[in-house]
Design a protein around this ligand. Structure first.
Ligand code: CA
Length: 174
């Protein structure tokens, strides 16, 4: 290997290495400031189908971003109230206080296709397939992930992701 090739490889390695360090710093900062980074705290293999219920305290929902090519608008179906576009990362909307065990339903409008999908069991949706699953992490935070393709797509439920606070989950049948 000649000297110029070694020099070129060193330069490339330095540039790539630098890029990785920068990403790590950004990630760490995001964790410190927001405690939320898209997908980081989610074990997607443990997502469950749940009913989202009030527990008599203030309810809020935060948009954590999307990993899909489609755009989405999230609505609080009970009041037909717009929450956010799935790209509006870290937008938090306070929904108020609801009666203990009142079912809170969220609707995802997929703006590219015109489809709407709902939290809850499969019968909520036009294709009779579950489109939203939830996950509770180690410190009790509740996340909600959506699958945005009619007929279920790849069923990974990470097309867009939300943090829901002040609620409890009740397991339901698919
Ligand atoms: Ca998907």
């Amino acid at each position: 290997m000649n000297k110029s090739l070694i020099l070129l490889m060193s330069v490339i390695f330095a540039i790539v290495g630098c890029g990785e360090d920068n990403n790590k710093e950004t990630d760490n900062k995001a964790i410190e400031t927001n405690d939320i980074v898209y997908g980081r705290q989610i074990d997607f293999s443990k997502l469950k189908v749940s009913e989202i219920q009030a527990k008599g305290e203030a309810v809020s929902i935060t948009c954590l971003g999307k990993e899909a090519s489609f755009d989405h608008e999230l609505y609080f179906e009970n009041e037909n109230r717009r929450i956010c576009n799935s790209q509006e990362t870290n937008t938090t909307v306070n929904l108020g206080i609801f009666n203990e065990s009142e079912v809170l339903t969220f609707r995802l409008d997929v703006t590219n296709t015109g489809d709407s999908f709902y939290t809850g069991n499969a019968s909520m949706n036009p294709d009779n397939i579950v489109h939203a699953k939830s996950y509770i992490n180690k410190v009790g935070k509740i996340y909600l992930g959506f699958e945005d393709l009619y007929n279920g797509g790849d069923m990974d439920f990470n097309d867009c992701l939300f943090l829901v606070e002040g609620v409890k989950l009740a397991d339901i049948e698919n």
